[in-house]
Design a protein around this ligand. Structure first.
Ligand SMILES: Cc1cc2nc3c(=O)[nH]c(=O)nc-3n(C[C@H](O)[C@H](O)[C@H](O)COP(=O)(O)OP(=O)(O)OC[C@H]3O[C@@H](n4cnc5c(N)ncnc54)[C@H](O)[C@@H]3O)c2cc1C
Length: 559
């Protein structure tokens, strides 16, 4: 049990208040501990928030040299699509001149997922720059019965972003232009291949922020975010992309003509462009078709442009990183936080002690607070620094007095805020360096969020290297990860279907925010009734009658 440091907080808080006026950010008592945290320039000081500007970073290159082909590891049969011929390559060269990649070395990175767990064997990658080019590609592939795998930043967690067999990879990497930004409404319209971090920078220069943020921001594309309905770190405050995305432009392989005629007739020369790229906050004209594509994981259409509502940039951001003696205290801290910080609360994340050990061991990050069984990261975003600081101080005094928190540190300046966030954001990266990772991303009633982690630790015993739990507690979203030295069928057998049955038993969701992709498509029925599944199959058949778009993904194969 971690010692209860009752007398320290009031002192910290006074010092913190004083320090704030001078632009400092961490209470003195925490500075003493944080001095173990390396600063910039020190050998272990790399705590930036964007470890993924280059895909996978060193984490992938330093591990197993070769990822097993998906078709060898999993029992999956190639569907009877055509095989890309020389004539097809010539046709693609006409559509995207100089942007047809067939070099095996260049293709390698796009055939393997970020986690290095699945690998396709595509022989061609296309890099369109415009919607028209995407439209021509899909029309051609539809006619030729060629399968296509849309790909954004390739940071997906469920094997949806890479081919299973030889699907053509359609990358949005060169579709990276901002189309418009309105300084009054905060509405951003951009192409789908814009990198999230670059968009964040763009809107921040204009006093706005993106409504979503995630650890993969340095690589993931906004189109990929929409296609996966990514949740991330700002979900608690700004909600789902189902609310913040105002419009989409999507290319379908062959949308039925009756759908097209409702939309912009001028683009129908291509027969495939669904232009629902409005910038209206309110629009109740018929069915909200864009919602179908949010979270459709590239199985219904290729998203080519996004219109999204950006909130104003908060003037005051505070991050508190706290140690809690148990999960019950984490939950009570959350309830207290909602009650006392209410309108300024923008994130409530948690991680267990094993996560902290992993970020320390693999990434050299050092905990700024005393070792604790659990840690929470609380972010507030508001418009008046003094007001927010006062509220935060009362909250911290309260949680300390009641023994909910045993140690903590605060940050208000950007550099320290980023350092604290890195501890939480880089867990995924640390896990990927720990060996073979079995990942589960589930929604559960918040009171039961950690039970499954404890349960699995007991169930798996020494079979697992680490069983860890962390995630977006404020959204009831647990990231449950199990690591082992190497892939083991018996460990997988101990995990599945156990984890899914356990989750279904709590009326939870087997995929909170990562989607189903290739790896989770067969567990959809744990969270959706047969009638919903059937309707999904019918929608897929309607929009993609030949099933060429991202086959083997999201929906279970038909019996
Ligand atoms: C370190 C790290 C942290 C992460 N944190 C989070 C998190 O907090 N929350 C979260 O939700 N996810 C998280 N993820 C998962 C991942 O980053 C998200 O799913 C992200 O939205 C994927 O975007 P992408 O551009 O990389 O898409 P990709 O990985 O390239 O593709 C993902 C899926 O979307 C489809 N797709 C991509 N672009 C398009 C398009 N233009 N049109 C149609 N379909 C398309 C692909 O076919 C695939 O099925 C994290 C990943 C990493 C590596």
């Amino acid at each position: 049990m971690v010692p209860h440091l009752v007398p320290r907080w009031p002192v910290c808080l006074f010092r913190w208040r004083a320090a704030c006026t001078l632009g400092a950010c961490v209470p003195q008592s925490a500075w003493a501990r944080a001095s173990r945290t390396p600063g910039p320039g020190s050998p272990r000081g790399a705590v930036g928030t964007s470890p993924l500007v280059r895909r996978g970073g060193s984490s992938s290159s330093s591990r197993a040299p070769e990822v097993m082909l998906t078709r060898e590891r999993y029992p999956v049969q190639r569907l009877p699509f055509s095989v890309v011929s020389e004539e097809d390559l010539a046709a693609f060269e006409r559509i995207t001149p100089g942007r047809v990649v067939t070099d095996p070395e260049e293709l390698e990175a796009s055939n393997v997922d970020w986690l290095r767990t699945v690998r396709g064997c595509s022989k061609v990658l296309l890099k369109p720059q415009t919607t028209e080019e995407v439209s021509h590609i899909l029309r051609y592939c539809h006619e030729r019965n060629l399968a296509v795998n849309p790909q954004g930043g390739n940071t997906g967690m469920v094997g949806g972003s890479v081919p299973v067999f030889d699907e053509i990879i359609l990358s949005t990497a060169l579709m990276n232009q901002v189309i418009s930004f309105h300084g009054v409404s905060g509405i951003l319209v951009c192409q789908a291949g814009c990198i999230l971090e670059e968009l964040s920078r763009y809107v921040e220069e204009r006093d706005f922020i993106m409504p979503l943020d995630l650890g993969a921001k340095g690589s993931c594309h906004i189109g990929g975010n929409v296609a996966t309905n990514a949740g991330g770190l700002r979900f608690l405050r700004y909600g789902s992309l189902h609310g913040t995305v105002l419009g989409l432009e999507v290319v379908c392989p062959a949308p039925p003509p009756q759908v097209c005629t409702l939309l912009h007739p001028q683009v129908l020369a291509d027969g495939t462009v669904l232009n629902c790229l409005t910038s209206l906050r309110k629009d109740n004209t018929g069915y909200d078709l864009k919602q179908l594509f949010i979270g459709s994981e590239g199985t219904l259409g290729v998203i080519t442009a996004v219109s999204i509502l950006c909130p104003p940039k908060p003037r005051a951001v505070n991050v508190a990183f706290l140690g809690c003696p148990g999960f019950a205290e984490v939950l009570q801290t959350f309830s207290t936080c909602k009650g006392m910080l209410g309108e300024i609360l923008s994130a409530f994340e948690f991680m267990d002690a094993e996560c902290m050990q992993l970020v320390g061991h693999h990434l050299g990050l050092v905990s700024p607070v005393q070792e604790s069984p659990f840690y929470v990261l609380i972010e507030t975003s508001g418009s008046r620094a003094g007001h927010d600081a006062e509220k935060l101080s009362s909250f911290l005094e309260h949680v300390l007095d009641f023994g909910l928190v045993t140690d903590g540190t605060l940050a208000t300046d950007q550099r320290r805020v980023k350092m604290l966030w890195a501890l939480r954001e880089r867990i995924t990266e640390a896990l990927s360096r720990d060996g073979c990772v079995y990942k589960y991303d589930i929604s559960l009633p918040v009171e039961r969020l950690y039970d499954l982690v404890s349960d699995l630790r007991a169930r798996l015993g020494p079979q697992a290297k680490h069983v860890v739990g962390y995630g977006h507690l404020g959204d009831g979203n647990l990231h449950l990860n199990v690591t082992a030295e190497a892939f083991s069928a018996s460990l997988l057998g101990a995990l599945e279907p156990y984890v899914y049955e356990w989750t279904a038993g709590q009326q939870g969701s087997v995929s909170a925010e990562h989607g189903l992709g290739f790896k989770k498509k067969d567990v959809l029925s744990y969270s959706k009734p047969p009638a919903a599944l059937q309707l999904m199959q019918q929608l897929k058949a309607l929009l993609d009658p030949k099933g060429i778009l991202n086959p083997y993904k999201t929906l279970p194969a038909r019996a």
